[in-house]
Design a protein around this ligand. Structure first.
Ligand code: UDP
Ligand code: MG
Length: 322
């Protein structure tokens, strides 16, 4: 167990990143030693099935500033980030990807800004790297909604950030289960500054996101950050009320002037449209109820199966989870 104290805790979520762990640890170590920054690396193994945990153990054996937390299964990157924030001991914490798409040199720049008094340093993508056009359109739509919800431009936001201890404590104290780290770091406030970085090519392996997991991620984040879609339901209702009044008047006039029947197509179309809107609205409301249900259950965000380079919390707390 390392007794050395760190100023900067670098949190690296890792899901099936066996080929990247050593490279990430070495890249961070060489830059931090060169810059004279007392840094520790916290790998959070998000239920990997490849050999990531063994690699983290090996990295910890080579450098005593490597710590590791292992989840009992895959809980997702958000959970991994929050587990890291809860565990980290530094005066400031940074979050970066395991595939070295977030340049370590930018981390140094962020650290220097923190030293000069900034409390939340956001990594902003200068370009989004290689992405296919469909993905680009969908992310554009998602970020439009998120930007409106958060009242900040989210299109260039990333999870690459450095936060002062105060901001970390504020985030860790949030009771909610469905978090969106990328936006919450702005929500906490504090003295904020952005640093641009170019997204690097992935070091090894493939991106861990599938189309389905990205859609789920987008819906989840929109629902946990804004209630605007619920008002959309009301707005649609109001619009249809106006249309109904117009149609109603028209029908009465037709009836009075003996021009009724006809217009069967109109009736069917109206049925279909209203049916679709009612179902869509119920779906939106259902989505929020599902979120309330999840929050009310108050389940653990993650379960820790083991640690390396850290005091064993299960012994301290007498339980498996937290
Ligand atoms: N990641 C994770 N849990 C997951 C998916 C991803 O901890 O369920 C980690 C992954 O190991 C990496 C980071 O999140 O360190 C970013 O993932 P990835 O590179 O696959 O995403 P992309 O760069 O394509 O957005
Ligand atoms: Mg990546």
């Amino acid at each position: 167990m390392s007794a050395q104290r760190e100023t900067l805790s670098i949190i690296i979520p890792a899901y099936n990143e066996a080929d990247n762990i050593q490279a990430a640890a070495q890249a961070v170590r060489s830059v931090m030693e060169r810059e004279g920054i007392a840094a520790a690396v916290y790998f959070v193994d998000d239920g990997s099935t490849d050999g990531t945990w063994e690699q983290i153990g090996a990295a910890a054996g080579e450098w005593d500033m490597v710590r590791g937390v292992r989840f009992s299964r895959n809980f997702g990157k958000e959970a991994a980030i929050f587990a890291g924030l809860e565990t980290a001991a530094g005066d400031c914490c940074a979050v970066m990807d395991c595939d070295l798409q977030h340049p370590v040199e930018t981390l140094v720049e962020m650290y220097r800004l923190w030293q000069s008094g900034y409390e939340v340093i956001e990594g902003v993508k200068e370009d989004r790297g290689k992405e296919n056009p469909v993905y680009r359109c969908m992310t554009a739509l998602f970020y439009k909604i998120m930007s409106a919800a958060v009242k900040m431009d989210m299109s260039k936001a990333s999870d690459f950030k450095l936060l002062d201890r105060k901001a970390v404590d504020a985030l860790v104290a949030l009771p909610e289960r469905n978090t969106f780290f990328r936006a919450l770091s702005g929500w906490v406030g504090y003295k904020t500054v952005s640093v641009g970085f170019r997204v690097q090519e992935r070091q090894a392996g493939k991106s861990k996101w599938s189309a389905v997991s990205l859609i789920k991620y987008a819906v989840n984040n929109i629902v946990s950050f804004t209630t605007a879609p619920l008002y959309l339901v009301t707005a649609m209702g109001a619009l249809f009320l106006v249309l109904a009044v117009i149609q109603g008047i028209d029908s009465i006039v037709s009836f009075a002037t003996h021009r009724a029947v006809e217009g069967f197509t109109t009736v069917i179309l109206i049925e279909l449209i209203i049916g679709a809107i009612v179902m869509l609205s119920l779906g939106i409301i259902g989505g929020y109820i599902a979120k309330i249900y999840e929050e009310v259950k108050g389940r653990h965000r993650f379960i820790i199966a083991g640690t390396v380079g850290l005091p064993d919390r299960r012994k301290e707390r007498g339980d498996d989870a937290h």
